[in-house]
Design a protein around this ligand. Structure first.
Ligand SMILES: [Zn+2]
Length: 218
């Protein structure tokens, strides 16, 4: 399963990717039309969620349209998303869910200034989601990566800085807190590339320094 929903992000007025995943499931489960507010936990979404709770046999305060772990996990099991509770940190197997490394770190190649490939590449279609590999905060998110194109730096809770390069779209802003599995942007081909892929680097803490990398691990 590639999508992750954080329970802590589901509350009236919230606007985030977890809400959007739940709305997509509710559209199938109870016919929610969320075209007027995709990603926004508004009144319609709350009513639709209450219907889902009633469908599960909940009533009264247990069918108030405010998600709890039980009803949310059942929705996820049926419509293909994973649920994370408050304070849980899940293992994210890939920065591009469902995709593996297609060109490895460390391969000697004179095309690169460092003489070797400074990250792992994940080739995939333009628009494929890239996600935070750990909890952390966004150290930078801008279009100024030069050869790296549109890029995002994630300062992770293990002290490392993970760099997501060549993005088509960025979905986070500098300073934002993110959870493991949360979408950061979409795979693209910005900067110096031959085709769409994520170039993913693993750096020590501090400002970005070219080729101060290790084989990506998290
Ligand atoms: Zn690369």
């Amino acid at each position: 399963m590639s999508k992750v929903v954080n329970l802590s992000e589901l509350y009236p007025g919230a606007h985030n990717d977890s809400v959007l995943v739940v709305q997509e499931a509710l559209a199938q489960a109870v016919g929610l039309d969320f075209s007027s507010g995709p990603g926004v936990y508004g009144e319609r979404t709350r009513e639709a969620y209450a219907k889902w709770q009633q469908h599960l046999g909940f009533s009264g305060a247990d069918a108030d349209g405010l998600p709890g772990m039980q009803s949310l996990k059942k929705l996820g099991a049926r419509f293909g998303f994973e649920v994370r509770g408050e304070g849980e940190s899940g293992r994210v197997p890939s920065p591009v869910p469902g995709h593996g490394v297609t060109y490895r770190y460390g391969i000697q190649n004179p095309r690169y200034l460092a003489g070797y490939h400074t990250g792992d590449d994940y080739a995939s279609m333009q628009g494929t989601s890239v996600v935070a590999v750990r909890d952390g905060s966004i150290q930078w998110s801008n279009d100024n990566g030069g050869a790296y194109g549109r890029w995002v730096g994630l300062q992770a809770d293990n002290g490392r800085v993970y760099v997501y390069c060549h993005l088509w779209q960025r979905g986070v802003i500098t300073g934002q807190q993110v959870r493991a599995g949360q979408q950061l942007g979409k795979v693209g081909a910005t900067g110096n590339v031959t085709g769409p892929h994520l170039h993913f680097e693993d750096h020590p803490p501090g400002p970005f320094v070219y080729a101060h990398t290790r084989k990506p691990a998290w």
